[in-house]
Design a protein around this ligand. Structure first.
Ligand SMILES: [Zn+2]
Length: 327
């Protein structure tokens, strides 16, 4: 594995490999970004690249150092993650002890701290002192999914490296690899760029139910009957569990209206609800492009009004009536 393989994080790989080549590594880095974007993998790769005995500023994955780092037992590399709920001061103390001992093998020592937002205040203060006076050759790699939960004094001692969220296509690929149907994965990947959230959305019972209410609703709206409002009441508002998911419901509605528009302009390759193509083609005959654009705008507006504490039930009823009126 070399730096070029980090195709999802090219900017991060470029910054780190360049600093390493020019011997300008900072003594502490803070890797921030959601779960699943490769922070730990990048930390391990940087460590191997620093200690690899065969390659200059990259990792061979074959030398003794690379192999020991891969298996987690290199004497100059120390990894800490929360014990139970938090990283405790004793863990930071033993880390400091390890790091201040002179290395017998190389001029560098590296410590990787995972989930550093989970440090107790004592542990964080102890780490802060260590970051202020780092021993020569020691490099700190601090990882977090939650950078705003870290003491600003710690952040200011580190070079902050933000990792990009996963791209939608990468997200779909990973969800599909876990056995989630492609159509569902594709919709979930448009709603969040976090793998865990996307998985949760995909697997929730509500997701499939909400999507089918959206499909039914957009059909009924065009029939200009009272059944659309009835559907909203009976299937959505009366179901407490689904009602909790109002913003997901509105997101699904926006994606659905957008897909109808894509069908109308012949951009089938861009369909998000690609598993519902037949239904979309049917509905594309009932909506005009103007109505769709207007409907997307109205739905976005409803979403932000609810975000500003509008009454959800009234806002939703109003939306349905406005969609029925068309332009
Ligand atoms: Zn190596």
């Amino acid at each position: 594995m070399s730096w070029e393989k980090f195709t999802e994080q090219p900017r991060v790989a470029e910054i780190l490999s360049r600093s390493l080549r020019h011997d300008r590594l900072a003594h502490a880095y803070l890797f921030t970004g959601p779960r699943g974007v490769g922070k730990k993998q990048m930390a391990i790769h940087l460590t191997k690249s620093l200690l690899c005995t065969r390659f200059e500023a990259d990792a061979c994955d074959e030398c003794l150092n690379c192999r020991r780092i891969n298996s987690g037992n290199h004497p100059d590399v120390y990894t800490i993650s929360p014990e139970g709920e938090s990283i405790k001061i004793d863990q930071v103390r033993s880390l400091q002890k390890e790091m201040t001992m002179r290395s017998l093998e190389s001029p560098h020592k590296v410590y990787i701290l995972e989930h550093i937002d989970k440090m107790t205040l004592q542990a964080a203060n102890s780490l802060l002192k260590f970051l202020e006076e780092p021993p020569a050759g020691v490099i700190a790699l601090l990882l977090t999914e939650n950078s705003h939960a870290i003491l600003p004094t710690i952040v200011s001692r580190c070079q902050v490296i933000p990792f990009s969220p996963l791209s939608a296509s990468e997200l779909v690929r990973r969800l599909a690899a876990e056995g989630i149907p492609a159509g569902v994965a594709s919709v979930a990947s448009q709603i969040t760029s976090h793998l865990d959230e996307a998985r949760e959305i995909s697997q929730s019972d509500g997701f499939a139910q909400l999507r089918s209410i959206v499909i039914q609703l957009t059909k009924e709206i065009k029939q200009r009957s009272s059944s659309a409002l009835f559907t909203i009441h009976e299937q959505f508002l009366k179901n407490d569990r689904l009602k909790e998911e109002l913003s997901l419901f509105l997101d699904l509605l926006i994606l659905w209206l957008r897909d109808i528009l894509y069908v109308q302009v012949g951009r089938h390759a861009q369909l998000i609800n690609s598993d519902q193509r037949d239904v979309l083609e049917g509905q594309a005959l009932q909506w005009t492009q103007g109505e769709l654009l207007h409907g997307i705008g109205l739905t976005m507006d409803t979403r932000s009004r609810i975000g500003r504490n509008a009454n959800p039930q009234l806002a939703l009823e109003r939306l349905v009536l406005q969609l029925q009126e068309g332009l």
